[in-house]
Design a binder for this molecule. Structure first.
Ligand code: BES
Ligand code: MN
Ligand code: ZN
Length: 510
């Protein structure tokens, strides 16, 4: 149920005349720079906005605001002025973040609707900026509360917690803003799909239920295939199946294809996600503390699914494939044991030293399959793969491992631009050696050291020379903290990053 906030666009001169009641928000740049419409409103209020700003020592600084209650000319209204700071220096992402902060401010007022005037001095692409603000608002508004039976109970001061339902953006060219918002809305929707999947607990989201969510993308024109256990056995994905064998819930692999560019004969772009719906560790079981977080161990798959929804939703002119491996890692009498040796789809054998290093066992078969079937232009896999990446990078950045410098640089750039940041980590023969074993072609863990890197080395043994990136998202997909555009445990990390990668580097090529 994403996108519960209705966003409307309206003309600059409607809806907030002297009869206005309710909440209205304007923006101010540095030195309290108002746009013409904001100035007009201030004049109508006898300069009360400027005088209030002065009293509050507010001059349009970013992240500050004033709240003018019941101005004498509009006794039923409440007018907020939100500061933006130096508008010239604002990037697209800064506008998205500002939209998130604005929505947060408005939600705090506890009115069901509000009006936002987007008339800002020194902004050229006002329609684009408005759409960015609206997207930020949409993302900020997301809340996972479907299991709260008493939704209005969370006020801490006795007032009913009225939920914001509608934002109307008043802008010079509402048609242009609406048009610019179409793609942003598809992206926000994709992020919210990813968040919903990660937030959903494992009792209600198993491999079958996740696969059913993937199938829903066919409404957007995505071609969805679900591979069941018989199909996976035929394909010899025995490494993936070994992870699933301890669970009563059977494995699934979903293959989602978006053909957005029928005339493009180039190879498709491919995204692969780890979808462990719950990771107990298996027989090498995890300690109890914090294990509930492992309902989010399908964060990679959630991102891939959200991304496919975003690309299809905005009708991106590319051909892209999303593949997710959906399994549950459980201990049982049927579960795989430490010391078991499995043969992956590639034919390479793996000694399973630790059943908690299960993500790589899922991904290795998916990467091999993706390469064999689609011969993609690149493969980017996302996985909540190692706790060690949290030790290395914290919750600020995902770890990036790659055999391709160009793709790595492109992703790093797009990461800085979208705020979904990555940091490249090393790969190499000396690390690769750490997963050698006398008993099979490789083992599924290295030693105590360089845990995120040995996991990546393992994956690299299945990609040959296809340009490939592994994003270890264990630190960023969930529990990574609240931001201007996320109040949710699940961040939906990666949807905006990869959508921007596709949009900026792989669309409209000659
Ligand atoms: N899903 C975990 C990694 C993880 C940890 C994700 C914390 C999110 C937060 C993964 O399957 C795992 O258990 N990795 C092990 C690997 C080890 C056994 C080599 C780990 O990180 O401890
Ligand atoms: Mn694990
Ligand atoms: Zn895991």
């Amino acid at each position: 149920m994403p996108l519960t906030l209705a966003i409307k666009f309206a003309d600059l001169d409607t809806g907030f005349d002297d009869e206005l009641s309710g909440s209205i928000l304007l923006f101010a740049g540095k030195d309290l720079a108002f746009g013409a419409r904001a100035k007009k409103l201030d004049d109508a209020l006898d300069g009360q906005l400027r005088s209030s700003a002065e009293v509050a020592d507010f001059s349009g600084q970013a992240k500050r605001h004033i709240d003018v209650l019941a101005p004498s000319k509009m006794p039923n209204a409440r007018v907020l002025v939100a500061g933006l700071g130096d508008v010239d220096k604002m990037s697209t992402n800064d506008w998205v973040l500002a939209g998130g902060r604005t929505a947060g401010l408005i939600a705090g007022l506890r009115s069901a609707s509000a009006v936002i005037v987007v008339d800002i001095a020194d902004v050229d692409d006002i329609a684009g900026v408005t759409a960015d603000l609206a997207m930020g608002a949409q993302l900020r508004h997301y809340k996972f509360d479907k299991y709260k039976t008493k939704k209005n109970d969370d006020s801490d001061d006795g007032r009913p917690a009225t939920k914001l339902e509608k934002l109307t953006f008043h802008v010079a060219d509402p048609e242009a803003a609406r048009a610019a918002f179409v793609a942003r809305q598809a992206i926000a929707n994709g992020v919210c799909i990813a968040r919903d999947l990660v937030n959903e607990p494992a009792n209600t989201l198993g491999p079958l239920e996740f696969a059913a969510e993937c199938e829903k993308l066919s409404d957007l024109g995505v071609e969805v295939e679900i591979l069941d256990v018989a199909a996976l056995e035929m394909l010899k994905m025995d490494s993936l199946l070994a992870v699933a064998q301890g669970s009563d819930r059977p494995a699934r692999v979903a293959v989602m294809q978006w053909h957005g560019n029928k005339s493009d004969s180039d190879k498709p772009l491919c995204f692969v996600g780890k979808g462990v719906v719950f990771d107990t560790g298996g027989i090498s079981m995890k300690p109890a503390g914090g294990m509930e977080d492992m309902k989010g161990d399908m964060g990679g798959a959630a991102c891939v699914t959200g991304l496919m929804a975003a690309l299809a939703g905005r009708k991106a002119p590319v051909n892209a494939i999303g593949i997710v491996g959906l399994v549950e890692n459980m201990p049982s009498s049927k579960a795989q044991r430490p010391g078991d040796i499995v043969t992956s789809m590639s034919g390479q054998t793996i000694e399973v030293i630790n059943t908690d290093a299960e993500g790589r066992l899922v991904l290795c078969d998916l990467l091999w399959y993706a390469r064999e079937r689609f011969d993609p232009r690149f493969m980017i896999n996302l996985a909540t793969l190692t706790g060690a990446i949290l030790v290395a990078l914290g919750k600020e950045r995902a770890g990036l491992f790659s055999n391709d410098d160009e793709l790595s640089v492109a992703l790093s750039e797009v990461g800085e631009a979208t705020g979904e940041k990555v940091w490249r980590m090393p790969l190499g023969a000396a690390y690769d050696k750490l997963i050698d074993t006398p008993n099979a072609d490789m083992k599924n863990i290295g030693g105590r050291l360089a845990g995120s890197i040995t996991a990546a080395q393992f994956l690299q043994r299945f990609v040959k020379d296809t340009p490939w990136v592994h994003l270890d998202v264990a630190g960023v997909a969930m529990a990574s903290g609240k931001t201007d555009i996320s109040r949710s445990w699940a961040s939906g990390w990666g949807v905006r990053l990869l959508d921007a990668l596709v949009a900026e580097k792989y669309e409209d090529r000659e």
